[in-house]
Design a protein around this ligand. Sequence first.
Ligand SMILES: Nc1ncnc2c1ncn2[C@@H]1O[C@H](COP(=O)(O)OP(=O)(O)OP(=O)(O)O)[C@@H](O)[C@H]1O
Ligand SMILES: [Mg+2]
Length: 267
Amino acid sequence: MLPEGTIIPTDKRYNIPLATVIERDDLRHEMILSDELEAHFQRIEKEYVARERLAHFGLKPRKKVLFHGAPGCGKSMGAERIAWNIGLPFLKVRFEAIISSYLGESATNLKALFESVRTFPCVLLLDEFDFIAKTRASGQDVGEMHRVVNVLLNLLEDYDAPGLLIATTNLEDTIDRALFRRFDDIIEIPKPGKQEILRILQTTLSSINVSKSVNWNTLSDKMQGFSAALIVKIANDAAKSAVIQGNKIVDKEHLNNALAENTKYNK
Ligand SMILES: Nc1ncnc2c1ncn2[C@@H]1O[C@H](COP(=O)(O)OP(=O)(O)OP(=O)(O)O)[C@@H](O)[C@H]1O
Ligand SMILES: [Mg+2]
């Protein structure tokens, strides 16, 4: 729930909200990360929690964070987990509502959105924010999109709201280098390593019994290079076929079949 009186600005022409609120109960937050990455996430959370103590020493918490890395490895989920852990409302920016074909309106929309969070503590997610950079290349008025990128650069630079801003991209190469400099922290979220693969499989299968014949070691070796999303899908597919067959136990066959079937979507 948002604090009473909070208004999400809308696009003036069609009255579409410029951001979507995701309720706390719907935030994905049970992430499996390497120790190093977990510590990196926790540092952001701890700095936010300690913001008043930091302020006594003239210090500011990390507020503007960029996640980059391969698809399906936890960039969007990472933003949700941070909001969950620090207990802030979660707002996801709707670029399709922000970007307007009418001259000047995209910039106006962006400014209105940033203005609305100036006094409203929340996690503002600019998910796949390369959308703006991409739009510049794909037929929109070039001059206009250039202005929109510049407006975004300025808004990022000046952002000093009471919450956090998290941006994600998996196309770091096509992003304006100037955008990178605006962030307090840039975190690469890589594909899961062997330990993480194992933990993702076991966590996903934690509500069903798994046969003792399953060799976790061999299984996770076969999934090296897979995205976290694909590993979750394989585990769920195996569990579902066990249940559909009337088994209460997931065995090696279920897992191997799900693995073979999903390997074509790798990685
Ligand atoms: N670190 C993780 N631990 C556990 N599950 C994960 C993790 N990362 C991703 N997943 C699973 O993969 C799904 C997709 O993750 P997410 O949406 O965060 O990917 P993404 O990096 O934002 O991908 P994209 O670039 O395609 O937007 C999650 O809903 C979750 O099931
Ligand atoms: Mg994502």
